[in-house]
Unconditional design. Structure first.
Length: 133
């Protein structure tokens, strides 16, 4: 049975963590096409031309910038096509307010960080498992 590789874009703004994750990902051999970016802005620019199936963002920037990133992703998801599945990994509490229930934000999950290679391995394991169902 052939499986189309899911495309996952991972944004990591911490240089050391990014290099650790890239090395680990190369060793894991998951049937997933993983693309790394070190900037949310770069990733957003890429989304319109090369749309991934999922987007994971490590959010270690100041809270105000995290809120702007969340808003930009909600705006992206509210434009036409089916919303992009997004996971935001942050140590901020209550970044996604409970009264936000637009269709654009329903495909955005906020999980408590920090991101690590163990976290990414578990996430990609879940991606692979969900594609085999």
């Amino acid at each position: 049975k052939s499986m189309i590789k899911p495309r996952v874009t991972v944004v990591v703004e911490t240089a050391q963590l990014m290099s650790q994750l890239m090395v680990a990902n190369a060793q894991w051999k998951f049937p997933v096409e993983v693309t790394f970016f070190d900037s949310v802005t770069e990733a957003l620019l890429e989304l319109s031309s090369k749309r991934p199936d999922m987007l994971v963002v490590e959010m270690s920037m100041p809270r105000a910038q995290q809120e702007k990133t969340l808003q930009a992703l909600e705006n992206f998801n509210s434009r036409g096509r089916s919303p992009l599945s997004v996971v935001l990994v942050t140590e901020e509490k209550d970044l996604l307010s409970p009264n936000t229930s637009s269709p654009a934000s329903s495909s955005i999950q906020v999980v408590s960080g920090p991101m690590s290679s163990i976290w990414l391995h578990a996430y990609l394991t879940g991606v692979v498992a969900s594609c085999q169902i």
